[in-house]
Design a protein around this ligand. Structure first.
Ligand code: FAD
Length: 417
């Protein structure tokens, strides 16, 4: 369904006769459209999204919304009337199929061809698919969209056997929500510990313990080899053992949606390569959010982040720069997760840590892990310790003020991760 909101006549001003097109109406796309208006851009803004809902936040999809404790209305980032009153044309259920960068035009699946003066690509990411025998069968879920969350919510119930494949944040949040609802939950993680890609053993062991206390079985070092069943899912097989299942949720990471950019000839690696000004390798084309790989003064390599912070902050910078500014994106990366009564908050980049200092009391479920490199604070993980976390985040921003050797902020073409 395409629902273009009629454009009101704009007063002339900055970019009055220009058209800025944004591909992807997610967290980053929506933020960019709003910031363009706040920055005084008076031209035409077209925000194109292939989902049928207006821009919404995804974090509750694995937490309170999945649990049924959060109304759908609250998911929407802004009411539809906001886009109308801000002269932002919201085209929903419409997908951009190609970009003709030499003609400055995008081609949509509904036949529309739209010229642009500047383009922002904010196409986000999608869940990695697990390709093993039976993985196309019934009862196997992925979680990215509002519709995915509604489908999953409809089948989570007390007594149901739910197998979560992948002990990352999304898998563990679903495990917590399902266990709280009384389901019998198993987590199958191929690595040696949960959250192995994002944090230290110290936090992983705390998280594993809390899940086990709620009756969640955690099997690390378990590689799924097949899903078994006929008309419905019956079990999930790993090398060496099998676990019964009514439902499986696969949460094994995400890949950036870069195909559109690649086809248009933009430089891509693990994400669309942007410089610190959110510019891509082609003039007048910017990118922001999950789909980008960007230089960072907090790391010795490019980062591709999947977080609300990155989507919002990077999109804001991109929007200002589309208006002619030269702002640099250099915010401290941060993230949060909610599992049971525990709010996990992380900031910084865990690279080259040589000292871990623990504050608080993990037995009471409130502590922080401060990660240092050569005496400087580089990252923090906190559990129910917001004050310590915020102070650490501020300190990280101050202490990591110098770019790592060999990294020149603001330019593309730095070493890919
Ligand atoms: P997306 O939100 O993925 O939006 C991109 C949009 O572009 C999508 O709607 C996509 O369908 C659309 N699109 C793609 N290609 C095209 C095309 N060719 N034409 C038109 N439209 C297109 N982050 C946190 O910081 N904390 C959390 O607790 C947290 N929890 C999460 C829980 C879940 C279940 C999920 C899925 C994510 C969570 N995240 C969390 C991550 C966070 O939501 C993302 O990092 C953020 O949404 C990224 O925003 P984005 O705009 O870059 O991408």
């Amino acid at each position: 369904m395409t629902r273009p909101v009629p454009l009101r006549k704009s007063p002339s001003g900055i970019g009055g006769r220009q058209t800025f097109v944004i591909v992807g109406a997610g967290q980053a796309g929506s933020q960019a459209a709003c910031t363009l208006r706040e920055a005084g851009f008076h031209g035409r803004i077209v925000l194109i999204g292939d989902e049928t809902q207006g821009p919404y936040m995804r974090p509750p999809l694995s937490k309170k919304f999945l649990a049924g404790d959060f109304d759908e209305d609250r998911l929407y980032l802004r009411p539809e009337a906001f886009y109308r009153s801000s002269d932002i044309e919201l085209m929903l259920g419409a997908s951009v199929e190609s970009i003709d960068a030499s003609a400055c035009r995008v081609h949509l699946n509904n036949g529309l061809r739209l010229g642009y003066d500047k383009l922002l690509i904010a196409t986000g990411s999608r869940p990695c698919r697990l390709h093993v025998p039976g993985s196309d069968g019934p009862g196997i879920h992925y979680l990215k969209t509002l519709d995915d969350s509604l489908r999953l919510r409809a089948v989570i119930a007390a007594g149901k056997r739910i197998v979560v494949v992948g002990g990352g944040y999304i898998g563990l949040e679903v495990a917590a929500t399902a266990a709280t609802a009384g389901a019998r939950v198993s987590v199958l993680e191929v690595g040696e510990r949960v959250l192995g890609r994002v944090t230290t053993e110290s936090l992983s062991s705390f998280v594993e313990k809390k899940h086990r206390e709620r009756g969640v079985e955690i099997h690390c070092g378990s590689r799924v080899v097949s899903f078994e069943g006929g008309d419905r899912l019956r079990s999930v097989s790993c090398e060496g053992f099998e676990t019964e299942a009514d439902i499986a949720l696969v949460g094994i990471g995400a890949v950036p949606n870069v195909e559109l950019a690649q086809l248009a000839g933009l430089a891509c690696g693990d994400g669309i390569l942007v410089d610190a000004h959110c510019r891509t390798s082609i003039d007048n084309v910017f990118a922001a959010g999950d789909c980008t790989s960007h230089p960072s003064r907090f790391a010795s390599h490019r980062l591709r982040l999947e977080s609300v912070q990155n989507a919002v902050d990077q999109a804001g910078i991109a929007a200002h720069n589309m208006c002619g500014d030269e702002r640099i994106y250099d915010r401290v990366p941060w993230f949060w997760s909610q599992q049971y009564e525990y709010k996990l908050q992380s900031a910084g980049v865990l690279e080259g840590c040589d000292e871990i200092v623990e504050r608080g009391d993990r037995e009471r479920g409130s502590f922080a892990l401060l990660y240092r490199r050569a005496g400087a604070l580089i990252a923090v993980d906190a559990v129910n310790m917001a004050g310590e976390y915020l102070a650490a985040r501020k300190q990280i921003a101050e202490q990591t003020a110098r770019p790592p050797e060999g990294v020149v902020p603001g330019r593309a073409g730095q070493r890919a991760a």
